[in-house]
Design a binder for this molecule. Structure first.
Ligand SMILES: [Zn+2]
Length: 212
């Protein structure tokens, strides 16, 4: 009898930390599920501009599958002035020909938008690793096409329509619209920055947010 009682006490002594540990893991998991990830919203059009979906394959280096909280919109320009370097061309590149891990969420041209990675997943576009908070970790990366046979003014306008939808979808503010240059030493989005048009872009976004 004595021995059994001692055994029970020993068992209770061993189980308690284990149970406590499991409880701690459970609480952390619940807290993380609330604060570390966000459900992606699927959009098929942004204030009249069609949004096509061609996701990068799961498991590709460009799509690490890391879930995160969305805090920023990060603007970029492709820097690719070649004729035909439009959103569809970039989508095909990311889906079938990407040889490194570069990636972003949307590409915008003068006629349409392509969606490459669900918004709730990290993409590699802001040159800041997994800084927390950071452009990669918390930003939705949007590339504006600058192909010489495109119409940048319309691309600029279409990007504002997309950003308006995303701000509403994820409850973000105009201050959350950032530039690649905010996260690293790179002059991107180049033409917007060189022409001092960031403020005009944010104003345009706000106009689309209040229009129906
Ligand atoms: Zn950039």
């Amino acid at each position: 009898m004595k021995r059994r009682r001692r055994k029970k006490r020993v068992l209770r002594g061993c189980l308690s930390p284990a149970v406590l540990f499991l409880l701690l893991v459970l609480v952390l998991w619940i807290l993380c599920a609330r604060s570390c990830r966000q459900e992606s919203v699927e959009i098929t059009e942004a204030h009249g501009v069609p949004v096509q979906t061609l996701y990068i394959r799961e498991g590709d280096a460009a799509r690490p599958g890391i879930k995160r909280k969305i805090k920023y919109i990060v603007l970029h320009e492709t820097g690719n002035s070649a004729k035909g370097a439009d959103a569809a061309r970039h989508a095909m590149y990311l889906r079938f020909n990407n040889e490194d891990d570069t990636s972003w969420h949307y590409t915008v041209d003068e006629k349409e938008i392509y969606h490459h990675i669900p918004d709730g997943e990290v993409a590699w576009h802001a040159s800041d690793g997994l800084d927390n908070p950071g452009g990669n970790r918390n930003g939705i990366g949007i590339e504006l096409c600058v192909n010489s046979d495109g119409d940048f003014e319309r691309t600029f306008d279409n990007a504002a329509r997309l950003v308006a939808v995303l701000l509403d979808a994820y409850d973000l503010k105009p201050d959350d619209i950032r530039q690649h240059a905010d996260f690293t030493n790179k002059n991107c989005p180049e033409t917007i920055r060189n022409n001092g048009r960031m403020e005009a872009f944010v104003t345009l976004v706000e106009q689309y947010r209040t229009s129906e």
